[in-house]
Ligand binder design. Structure first.
Ligand SMILES: NC(=O)C1=CN([C@@H]2O[C@H](COP(=O)(O)OP(=O)(O)OC[C@H]3O[C@@H](n4cnc5c(N)ncnc54)[C@H](O)[C@@H]3O)[C@@H](O)[C@H]2O)C=CC1
Ligand SMILES: O=C([O-])CC(=O)C(=O)O
Length: 329
């Protein structure tokens, strides 16, 4: 007998990322090629017509895995029975804006949507927040949905992880599948630390394969940190295709596990591992098994890395304060 369909919430579904994400989810990239899905697509009133257009296209694509499409502007209806929630809804950063500039607009949305999720989602719902500031939105969502375990509310840093893999593969001229175990530490922002010290390319340490520490400690890091801004500059819009694809990777590995000897990066509630501040959503290397993530422990951290881990942690603590202030105003 076939599997029961799983309900997936996509907020901001009429936006750029939503438009790129729907067909990927519908093709099985998020939950696997044999898992039927029912899509719950939420957007706001001004985007209603566009959301209907997305639904029409989903129907017209005749995706075999899609067993239903609900479109709504009612957050309570959207959250009913969902086992996966991909929170993309919000306002994107425009050219010249830092993530902090979008904070006040977006954190209040996450506070408001938390209670709907808590009330109506399926038990064990897995949540990934994509909308910026992703880590802090996830934290605010978690703090306002206390009955959802904090472990179930995560932020997307897989895009940064994939960017790091892609940048190393491009530099070496090898397929991206040859590169693994990079790490994104901290915030999905320009303070994030893309770390190659434990990664391999074609089975050799990345540092040895690349043979250029000054590139790895300089241009490589800033390229990954600034990639979002570079894409906004090039496209005039944020990185919709790669964000959608990475959101699928994030949920796929969380649900189906990570391959042997491989970790991925996820923004998760911090327990203070590696000296990160506690009680912020911080990106760590994680392995996943049986639908649970675990922070990879025991990796050595040199002084250069320790400073970077600290700086991005401090930014998250500041963002948390700022978010709480915004919510009080
Ligand atoms: N974590 C990551 O790796 C990345 C995050 N982003 C962020 O993702 C978010 C979405 O980006 P785009 O799709 O390019 O933006 P977009 O503006 O094209 O789409 C956002 C959608 O959210 C909707 N929306 C606004 N308020 C809402 C609410 N209260 N409930 C439901 N929907 C709501 C808007 O109507 C719009 O359709 C932005 O915050 C962007 O900065 C973008 C790229 C990567
Ligand atoms: O930079 C932005 O605002 C969009 C984003 O999060 C990314 O592409 O990483």
């Amino acid at each position: 007998m076939g599997k029961e369909p799983v309900k997936i919430l996509i907020t901001g579904a009429a936006g750029q990322i939503g438009y790129a994400l729907c067909p990927q989810v519908a093709r099985g990239a998020m939950l696997g090629p044999d898992q039927p899905v029912i899509l719950h697509l939420l957007d706001i009133e001004p985007a209603k017509q566009s959301l209907e257009g997305v639904k029409m296209e989903l129907l017209d694509s005749a995706f075999p895995l899609v067993k239903g499409v609900l479109t709504t502007t009612d957050v309570e209806e959207a959250c009913k029975g969902v086992s996966v929630a991909v929170m993309v809804g919000g306002f994107p950063r425009k050219a010249g804006m830092e993530r902090k500039d979008v904070m006040s607009k977006n954190v209040s949305i996450y506070k408001a949507q938390a209670s709907a999720l808590e009330k109506h989602a399926a038990k064990g719902v897995k949540v990934v927040v994509v909308a910026n500031p992703a880590n802090t939105n996830a934290l605010i969502l978690s703090e306002n949905a206390p009955s959802i375990p904090a472990e179930n509310i995560t932020a997307l840093t897989r895009l940064d992880h994939n960017r790091a893999l892609g940048t190393v593969a491009d530099r070496l001229g090898v397929p991206v599948t040859e590169v693994k175990n990079v790490i994104i530490w901290g915030n999905h922002s320009s303070t994030q630390y893309p770390d190659v010290n434990h990664g391999t390319a074609g089975g050799s340490p990345i540092r040895k394969a690349v043979g250029d520490d000054s590139w790895l400690n300089g241009e490589f890091i800033s390229t990954v940190q600034q990639r979002g801004a570079a894409i906004i500059k090039a496209r005039g819009m944020s990185s919709a295709m790669s964000a959608a694809s990475s959101a699928c990777d994030h949920i796929y590995n969380w649900v189906n596990g990570t391959p042997a000897d491989t970790w991925v990066s996820m923004g998760v509630i911090s327990d203070g591992s590696y000296g990160a501040p506690k009680d912020v959503v911080y990106s760590f290397p994680v392995t996943c098994k049986d639908g649970q993530w675990t922070i990879k422990q025991g990796l050595s951290i040199d002084d250069f890395s320790a400073q970077k881990l600290k700086a991005t942690g401090e930014e998250l603590v500041d963002e948390k304060q700022l978010a709480l202030q915004c919510l009080q105003e």
